[in-house]
Design a protein around this ligand. Structure first.
Ligand code: KG4
Ligand code: ZN
Length: 332
């Protein structure tokens, strides 16, 4: 069984193939056009998906040494994401499905991020917890089995990735800000600025990052610009540490409140962060839990996770109808 995954929810045009449960190809084209605008421009994103999707699907077939006629089903993201971007992938999948007479299944991007943990990990134990930290979402899920998820906390304002992106803008760094802050913080002093670690009252699993971003803005406004630039790596490292501490504060509470859960997965773009990976090792030692992080290429948006989330469902006969429309604010 060869399942093709297609992902176009934001600014990555991606396609991937899972064959008999194993990932055999994975192509991601990250759109570069948005860098000069300091953020994703929705109209340009959908245009870029249109320009690239055929080549990306071709490349994934080549990597897998398969022909179009070898594909048995298609998994495609239908939300959440940008309307125009989702439309490109979904319509492409429908056209392929019609012409090849194979089923397609609209798949939730967030479910994809949860399944990104399983791409290379065969020994899944339930229940487990997944901290999903991306550009659009910061959520904690209690995962009871492959299809039963309970939301136990989420951000009340910005997502963690958004805090990285908006912070990077204030620091004068490029979009996307997460990898830039990650890089520039490498040798920075994490205690140089004592940024707040905001908490949401009476809600230990909720997050709030907008005040932190404002604290960085005020700090930049009151600091002499030469001094600011001279200490940029220390300031970035301190800001990054504050974001990560908010995440780990919640994980610490989880470790105590859910003693039966042994494995904590972290997925989404922010899971690629190097300092988060260092702090995860320390957390494992302190709390005797396993923290499992996907390989870097499965943290940020990709189609392998979409094919993974849909694989078993398509095998079991689930399919979408051709009137399925994109849902930009789709929930899990
Ligand atoms: O999961 P993702 O690719 O897309 C969404 O579904 O949103 O996540 C993108 C987010 C961006 O905010 C980006 O800045 C952040 O993930 N990100 C990182 C790193 N790499 C990507 N944040 C911190 N450190 C990184 N190394
Ligand atoms: Zn994503």
């Amino acid at each position: 069984m060869n399942i093709l995954g297609i992902e176009t929810s934001c600014d990555e045009t991606a396609a991937s193939i899972i064959s008999d449960g194993q990932l055999i190809s994975n192509i991601v084209y990250t759109q570069q056009i948005h860098k000069k605008y300091g953020g994703v421009v929705p109209e340009l994103a959908s245009q870029e998906h249109l320009n690239e999707i055929l080549d990306v699907v071709d490349a994934t077939l080549n990597q897998a040494s398969l022909k179009l006629s070898d594909i048995n089903g298609i998994a495609v993201t239908y939300g959440p994401g940008l309307m125009g971007s989702l439309l490109v992938g979904l319509n492409f999948a429908k056209a392929m499905s019609l012409s090849l007479k194979i089923p397609f299944l609209g798949t939730n991007h967030l479910e994809g991020h949860l399944f990104s943990n399983y791409i290379e990990n065969q020994n899944i134990t339930f229940p487990n917890i997944c901290l999903l930290v991306s550009g659009g979402h910061t959520q904690i899920w209690l995962i009871k089995d492959y299809s039963t998820f309970e939301l136990i906390g989420e951000t009340t304002d910005d997502a963690a990735g958004e805090a990285f992106d908006k912070g990077a803008k204030i620091l004068g760094l490029e979009y996307p800000g997460g990898p830039e802050i990650d890089k520039i913080s490498k040798n920075g002093n994490v205690t140089f600025v004592n940024f707040p670690r905001p908490r949401v009252k009476n809600s230990p699993y909720s997050f709030s990052f907008s005040g932190l971003k404002t604290a960085l803005l005020y700090y930049s406004q009151k600091t002499n610009q030469d001094e600011f630039q001279n200490n940029i790596s220390d300031i970035a490292a301190s800001y990054q540490e504050a974001i990560l501490d908010c995440l780990f504060n919640a994980l610490e509470k989880l470790a105590i409140d859910y003693p039966d859960v042994k494995d904590i997965y972290i997925s989404g773009g922010v899971a690629a962060n190097n300092r988060l990976r260092v702090k995860s090792k320390q957390f494992e030692l302190d709390y005797r839990k396993n923290i499992i992080l996907p390989k870097l290429e499965y943290c940020t948006d990709n189609a392998a996770m979409i094919a993974m989330a849909a694989y078993q469902k398509i095998i079991n006969g689930q399919k979408s109808s051709y009137d399925l429309a994109p849902i930009p604010n789709l929930k899990l």
